[in-house]
Design a protein around this ligand. Structure first.
Ligand code: PEP
Ligand code: CO
Length: 456
């Protein structure tokens, strides 16, 4: 019996384990009050949406759908604005349209949004001019200014984060329900920029071709394909701050299970994926579909242990492995991990994050990523999975709907010198709207040539 192998789980059982990356709060009573309040507030998502997403991820696991997960490295409270949220939704919709067209399978859209406010840090403290203060851990925890007041962990920010997440998802839901995501109306998602881009005509051809296909289907079937074309949109964030996640974990009697209702699909970051750590303990007990980031340092036993702990029943759609090796390591690490997973006899959804293994420092000292490396890692992922009898079921991208200059390369050939112009990220460099769309186009294009090679 599996139940005897592990100790009893409850939403706070993680507190008996070592919890990495957690802030230290000066006033435990104030923190307790906030957690109690968060535990009473209504949930941000509901269990039937979560179950619907799990079923769709199960289809991706079988090769019948593709996951597009994307958004900011870190959302900020200041950027909780209608225009910025709509732009992020638009670029994800445009990318999904291009992927749908190229991959010929439904695309599951999951934003890194409505709760992506807490960040892991490589050091707990930061020292400037002989002064040492706690590191900035994201808007959910403290403030970026380098003063003792700003860097003190403030429990009230947990409530502000919950509210911002709810406001963001409320707006996204209203747009989705109002028909904004209807595939009949891709003109709603026009970001303007594409008028000037070399990608314009390629994108318009895809839009036209999907429009023709919808007309054709509706013509022969005599009914609208509304149900098939009205897309869903789901939210995800790194489940890093365990008290925040715990407070929104609720027992759903009808399902007879616990759910994290702060988001549809939380993930465990690479730094907090220790087998005996608090994050794995928390995640094993929630019924949501979950993901784990995996890097080249993870050995086979660790990976296999995660699969056993997080998906003991081998439930389809439950566990996504997001690999983030970087172009330098993927060719050695991925085949080994595919084999390690196969030896468990269990199934996972494989997703490639081509961002976090390809971060470097530009000549001007800014953190950047090269478009060509990002594309190459996605390309290699498709090929390596196919060569090892597995398949890539999705991509995880850091992007923005805005015209920033944070990653180099792409159709406009951004260089290190361009980075100064519109570098806005305070954390990791994101693809701008144009680079993100171009990436989707190249994935779609290359997948067609892969199909032809396979058939030929
Ligand atoms: C992230 O997704 O922003 C992140 C910190 O990733 P990882 O855990 O893979 O380093
Ligand atoms: Co990041």
């Amino acid at each position: 019996m599996r139940a005897t192998e592990t100790t009893a789980w409850h939403p706070a059982s993680w507190q008996t384990k070592s919890a990495l990356q957690q802030p230290v709060y000066a006033d435990p009573t104030a923190l307790e009050q906030v957690v109690a309040e968060l535990s009473r507030l209504p949930p941000i998502v509901v269990s039937w949406e979560i179950e619907a997403l799990r079923e769709r991820l199960a289809a991706a696991q079988r090769g019948q759908a593709f996951l597009l997960q994307g958004g900011d490295c870190a959302e900020t409270f200041a950027e909780c604005e209608s225009d910025l949220i709509a732009k992020k939704l638009k670029i994800l919709l445009q990318m999904s349209l291009v992927l749908l067209h190229g991959l010929k399978k439904p695309v599951i859209r999951v934003g890194r949004m409505a709760g992506q406010y807490a960040k892991p840090r490589s050091a707990d403290t930061e020292t400037r001019d002989g002064i040492t203060l706690p590191s900035f851990r994201g808007d959910l925890v403290n403030r970026p200014a380098f003063t003792p007041q700003a860097r003190a962990a403030d429990p009230q920010l947990l409530l502000r984060g919950y509210e911002r997440a709810a406001l963001t998802l409320n707006f996204v839901r209203a747009l989705v329900d109002g028909g904004f995501t209807d595939l009949h109306h891709p003109e709603y998602w026009d970001l303007g920029f594409i008028k000037h881009a070399p990608l314009k005509s390629a994108y318009e051809r895809i839009v036209q071709s999907i429009g023709d296909a919808l007309d054709f289907f509706e013509g022969i079937s005599g009914r609208a394909v509304h149900e098939a074309t009205q897309v869903d949109f789901y939210a995800s964030h790194e489940g890093l701050h365990l008290l925040y996640e715990q407070a929104q974990t609720r027992f759903i009697p009808r399902q007879n299970r616990w759910y994290n209702l702060s988001t549809h699909m939380p993930w465990v970051g690479m730094r907090t994926a220790k087998l005996d750590g608090a994050h794995v303990e928390y995640f094993r007990g929630i019924a949501n579909p979950i993901a784990v980031k995996i890097g080249p340092a993870m050995d086979d036993a660790w990976l296999q242990g995660l699969i056993g702990a997080l998906n003991p029943q081998d439930q389809p759609g439950r566990l996504t492995l997001i690999h983030r090796f970087g172009v330098k390591d993927i060719e050695t690490a991925l085949p080994r991990m595919i084999d390690a997973v196969r030896r468990t006899g269990q199934s996972v959804l494989w997703v490639c994050d081509p961002m976090h293994g390809n971060t470097e420092t530009s000549t001007g000292g800014l953190k950047t990523r090269r478009f060509e490396n990002i594309l190459k890692e996605v390309d290699l992922s498709f090929r390596i999975h196919a060569a090892h009898g597995s398949h890539l079921g999705g991509v995880h991208i850091e992007l923005t709907g805005d015209d920033v200059t944070e990653c180099t390369g792409g159709a406009r050939g951004l260089t290190d010198a361009d980075l100064q112009r519109a570098y806005r990220s305070t954390v990791d460099p994101r693809l701008n709207h144009e680079q993100a769309l171009e990436l989707a186009m190249l994935i779609a294009e290359r997948s067609q040539s892969r199909v032809h090679v396979g058939q030929g």
